[in-house]
Structure formats: structure tokens, C-alpha cells
Write a protein that binds this ligand. Structure first.
Ligand code: ZN
Length: 62
């Protein structure tokens, strides 16, 4: 499983959405817009599949 991470539009820093998904499911997601709370700006940013990245949780792999 990987975590969906999106970049803060203001600071450019990665925001962990807290959503876990596998690569196959991510690629099958329809276009959408979600909201994630940005800890850097203390506000919500919109994000979409196009702006999101998958961060593999390397620690979870054996
Ligand atoms: Zn932000």
C-alpha cells in the first residue's frame, strides 16, 4: 500500500492525506477533487489525482 501525498500549493511541502491506496486502485480513480488540511497553512487545500503523488511506505515492506 502507498499513501496519497499532495504538495501544498503555497509552500510546496508534501501533505500526507492519510489515505492509503495501492497503485492499481489509484490509477483507476476517476477524476475528482478532494480536500486535505494543510498543517503549514492551517487551512484546507483542494487536490486531485493529477496533483497527488503516491508515497510508498517502505517501512511496511518486508
Ligand atoms: Zn498549504
Amino acid at each position: 500500500m502507498a499513501r496519497i501525498v499532495t504538495a501544498c500549493i503555497v509552500t510546496g511541502k508534501p501533505i500526507d492525506s492519510g489515505i492509503e491506496i495501492d497503485d492499481a486502485s489509484f490509477s483507476l480513480l476517476p477524476p475528482f477533487t478532494g480536500k486535505v488540511f494543510c498543517p503549514y497553512c492551517q487551512t484546507q487545500h483542494e487536490w486531485s489525482r493529477d496533483t497527488a503523488l503516491l508515497a510508498d511506505d517502505e517501512k511496511a515492506k518486508s
